[in-house]
Design a protein around this ligand. Structure first.
Ligand SMILES: Nc1ncnc2c1ncn2[C@@H]1O[C@H](COP(=O)(O)OP(=O)(O)OP(=O)(O)O)[C@@H](O)[C@H]1O
Ligand SMILES: [Mg+2]
Length: 523
């Protein structure tokens, strides 16, 4: 970057070449006692794809909210295309062409795709929303950008991948030229990730500037031009992607060497009867459509059975039915030989079932409760004496788990809402794995968590296996499944279409089953 060549700020709207698209300097942002940004800096060149990485809680999302006008910084300056915009509002940011796609979706499920895209800047005919024009405009934009969406369907009917494309379209519709994507790939299948890369590269080719937050270092290597690494609210490293390696990035993030997840499984041989036995389990959704279709399998003590599959093929419903969160219309579920079919979540927990749910906001946590209370959720009856909560025992449990699972910040009195996404996930993991259990259902256990925490969680899962627990792992991340599982089942259209020993499962073979290109292998 020839930073010296352009001392004069460009006028609004057009950056002189060399003026960074985004320059954040000395950004400080605190929340009560928590310092989220402690003097962070970020410089993003116009027309580049810039990866922002760092451990859970490093302050990435906060910094991007400061950029998007969601928070005013306590100190520091924000420049966009050379103009000082420190403390601007979200409306100002949108008008200036800064679009942010947040970590958690913000669409209205009951409205159509087109209505969601234009919401807030609707084309009007007189006082009326011009629905026809909205539909045409959204279709044209979808065509032009390569973001394929069914414009006339409601958002409730979309897959997560489609919903995300709608979020991006929404920012483009408002004329975003600087686009921030906060962990966009956490919910995407591998082909959807590839599609997103194609779209982002095309946008870059047309002069857009993109900041992307991700914990997946192979994605950083694949898509970014430059990288900013944050740690503890500060910027610790700026790297050119072409000159660095995933190992070097991980070291900068964590401050020490990290063992990156590998493709080799240190599988031990499973022994004994299925600790989890499932026979002909069938589940229907609210509309009566069969979403889990007569599925049967065993998970032995000391075994990790991985379930691979594109999201939306019944994995979520299967795990919810096993956990007792969703009724099955038929079939048998046994934990350690005990039939738990039709019993409550609590009964199953007492029979030895632990569950890391996929959607930590809906199922795993009560965001307004303290970290300490979330750490005993569902197990309150074990922390009560004569019907009264034993607060001292709850506090002792919290202190232990916060230390053992490195939950940050280490203050158990904070509401769960105040923790970063990855640290919220650690609360769920600590609660479900830090107790005595026989069978673990782990749904997307490392979604949204940083490399250090992935290493830790994978270590915990391997330890559980070594201790003779049965683990059922569902992950959209094929590398994760291949790194951990002893056997891999592929779910497609509500059925197990293949169950393969790890040695026979490659990304290519799994991919064929996942997309339905290879039919079920039991004929
Ligand atoms: N609204 C809030 N109230 C209180 N504390 C907050 C709030 N938002 C963020 N924090 C705290 O600020 C710190 C930085 O959080 P932030 O969400 O920016 O991290 P992050 O790098 O995006 O992490 P992750 O990778 O887990 O998403 C964390 O310690 C978090 O607990
Ligand atoms: Mg974040």
């Amino acid at each position: 970057m020839s930073d010296l060549s352009n001392a004069t700020p460009a006028p609004l709207g057009g950056a002189a070449s060399g003026t960074p698209a985004v320059e954040m300097d000395g950004i400080v942002k605190t929340f009560g006692p928590v310092t989220a940004n402690a003097g962070a800096t970020l410089s993003v060149g116009a027309g580049e794809i810039h990866a922002l990485v760092g451990e859970n809680g490093a302050g990435k999302s906060t910094l991007m909210r400061v950029l998007g006008g969601g928070f005013a910084p306590d100190a520091g300056t924000v420049r966009v295309l050379g103009r000082d915009v420190t403390g601007w509002s979200t409306q100002d940011a949108i008008r200036a062409g800064v679009g942010i796609v947040h970590q958690h979706f913000m669409l209205v499920p009951t409205l159509t795709v087109a209505e969601n895209v234009v919401l807030g800047s609707e084309p009007r005919r007189g006082l009326q929303l011009d629905g026809r024009r909205a539909l045409d405009e959204v279709r044209a934009l979808s065509e032009r950008s390569g973001l394929r969406v069914p414009a006339d369907r409601t958002v409730a009917e979309l897959s997560v991948g489609e919903a995300q494309r709608v979020e991006i379209l929404k920012t483009l519709y408002r004329g975003a030229r600087i686009l921030v994507l906060d962990e966009p790939t956490a919910v995407l299948s591998p082909p959807e990730v590839e599609e997103l890369w194609t779209v982002l590269r095309r946008m870059r080719g047309e002069g857009a500037t993109i900041v992307i937050i991700t914990h997946k270092l192979d994605e950083v290597m694949a898509i970014s031009d430059r990288i900013t690494v944050m740690r503890h609210g500060r910027t610790v490293e700026r790297l050119a992607t072409a000159d660095t390696t995933p190992t070097e990035i991980a070291r900068a993030m964590v401050g020490r060497d990290v063992v990156l997840p590998s493709f080799t499984s240190d599988a031990v041989k499973a022994a004994g009867e299925g600790a989890l036995q499932v026979r002909d389990l069938t589940v229907r959704d609210a509309r009566g459509v069969t979403v889990v279709d007569s599925v049967s399998f065993d998970v032995a003590p000391g075994e990790i059975l991985g379930i691979a599959g594109v999201e939306g093929n019944g994995q979520t419903e299967l795990l919810e039915a096993l956990a007792g969160l969703r009724a099955a219309v038929g079939g048998v579920v046994r934990i350690d030989g005990r039939d738990v079919g039709g019993t409550s979540v609590r009964r199953r927990a007492d029979a030895g079932l632990s569950h890391i749910p996929e959607d930590r906001h809906r199922r795993g946590l009560i965001l307004d409760y303290s970290v300490a209370d979330n750490l005993v959720l569902g197990q309150q009856h074990h922390f009560a004496r004569r019907g009264v909560m034993d607060r001292a025992a709850v506090a002792r449990n919290a202190a232990e788990k916060v230390a053992a699972f490195d939950i940050r910040p280490p203050s158990a009195a904070l509401p769960a809402r105040a923790l970063s996404g990855g640290n919220q996930q650690k609360i769920v993991i600590a609660r479900e794995m830090g107790r005595d259990f026989r069978v673990l259902l782990a749904a997307q256990p490392t979604r949204g968590v940083d490399v250090g925490a992935i290493e830790f969680i994978h270590g915990q899962l391997r330890e559980a296996r070594a201790a003779g627990k049965a683990v059922l792992l569902v992950s959209a991340d094929l590398q994760e499944v291949l790194a951990l599982a002893d056997r891999v089942a592929v779910m497609y259209g509500g059925r197990f279409v293949a169950v393969l020993p790890r040695a026979a499962a490659s990304e290519e073979v799994l991919g064929r089953y996942m997309t339905g290109a290879q039919p079920r292998n039991d004929a």
